[in-house]
Design a binder for this molecule. Structure first.
Ligand code: KIV
Ligand code: ZN
Length: 359
């Protein structure tokens, strides 16, 4: 099975969510749990953005041993120097540098010509390579960038020594078919594409981040970036637990593995929710409170006879305890009898019928 690296950015893009403020101790606690979860890379923060971020990245880089720790930097020497100071204690120092490549970002935000952007990206990658063996370069707003320009700049940054190329859908605009096609095109056209990793980074503005990320994998991406519970800028990033479980449950079609310890998912999700104060919507896939809750009588009867009638994921797979059948107005006699028996009542049919009517 092909290996897909999981790049977790809960502590960087996730922390960019409106209203989230994590202190260093909380970030370290989350980073240790991400390590237990088995993510390949932890993006611990943006060291040049504040002394607090620097400290957190530095302490996580010195603590985490089984995941690679990275920090975000703009394509400027000061950011790269600061990131090196924060990360150099890590076992495998890694840096993530980014520069926007879409016409709208280059013209209005950067106020630079495409030639200047290529030059700045190449200089930054070359400079980062003096310190870091692992250099990820991101084309911010890649999805809305000109494809031929992406090939041009990616050719140059790969030649300059980038080891991973990230292709973000920064504003969550892509459809699965288009995002997959972009990966296919880049992998076929960027020189040296087979020597580097191509990474997917999807935002969920149109609710398509999971589908887009999967489409990238189907078209050759070997790394995917996202957050726990899908927290992140605006509508958030792709939820990594959805990717990990989807790839596991449908390994018959995807044929990839992630190295994620699925039994740690529930614990990780709960920890992130508790420390960020971001409530998980009850019907959220995989980790929502109702993700395994059956309420209708017909479903409950089926699940009691064989859980697989209505459950494609067993709660135990993600480390969730037993989920009792919900007793509500849609419940049927079978679930009611099951609960009565669990509580120690062995009722005759007549008594059960009476009790059920009262219920
Ligand atoms: O969404 C984005 O483009 C980013 C970059 C910094 C990689 O988060
Ligand atoms: Zn992002």
């Amino acid at each position: 099975m092909r290996k897909i690296d999981i790049f977790d950015t809960t502590l960087r893009d996730g922390e960019q969510s409106a209203g989230i403020n994590l202190n260093t101790a909380e970030k370290i606690e989350i980073a240790k749990q991400l390590e237990r979860l088995g993510v390949t890379i932890i993006e611990a923060g943006f060291p040049a953005s504040s002394p607090g971020d620097f400290d957190a990245v530095n302490r996580i880089a010195g603590t985490v041993k089984n995941s690679i720790v990275t920090g975000l930097a703009r394509c400027v020497q000061k950011d790269i120097d600061t990131t090196w100071e924060a990360i150099k204690v890590a076992e495998q120092p890694h840096i993530h540098i980014f520069l926007a490549t879409s016409p709208i970002h280059m013209e209005y935000k950067l106020k630079k010509s495409p030639d200047q952007v290529v030059e700045q990206a190449v200089e930054a990658v070359k400079y980062a390579k003096k310190f870091f063996s692992l250099v990820q370069w991101s084309a911010e707003d890649a999805f809305r960038s000109d494809r031929d320009f992406l090939v041009r700049i990616m050719n140059e940054v790969v030649a300059a020594g980038a080891t991973t190329i990230n292709v973000p859908d920064t504003v969550g605009y892509a459809s699965p078919q288009e995002y997959g096609a972009l990966f296919k095109f880049l992998l076929e056209n960027v020189k040296g594409a087979d020597k580097v990793k191509f990474s997917a980074h999807c935002h969920d503005d149109l609710g398509m981040a999971t589908a887009n990320t999967i489409a990238a994998i189907e078209n050759g991406a070997s790394q995917v970036e996202g957050t726990i519970n899908g927290i992140g800028e605006r509508a958030g990033n792709v939820a990594l637990e959805e990717i990990a479980v989807a790839l596991h449950i449908r390994k018959d079609i995807y044929h990839v593995e992630t190295g994620i310890h699925l039994q740690e998912i529930k614990r990780t999700s709960q920890l992130v929710s508790k420390l960020t104060n971001v409530v998980i919507q009850p019907n959220k896939a995989i980790v929502g409170k109702n993700a395994f809750a059956h309420e209708s009588g017909i479903h409950q009867d089926g699940v009691l006879k064989n859980p697989e009638t209505y459950e494609i994921i067993s709660p135990a797979l993600i480390g969730e305890g037993e989920v009792p059948l919900v007793l509500g107005k849609h419940s049927g006699r079978a679930a009611f009898r099951d609960r009565a028996e669990t509580m120690g009542f062995n009722l005759s049919d007549e008594k059960l019928n009476k009790a059920f009517t009262e219920f």
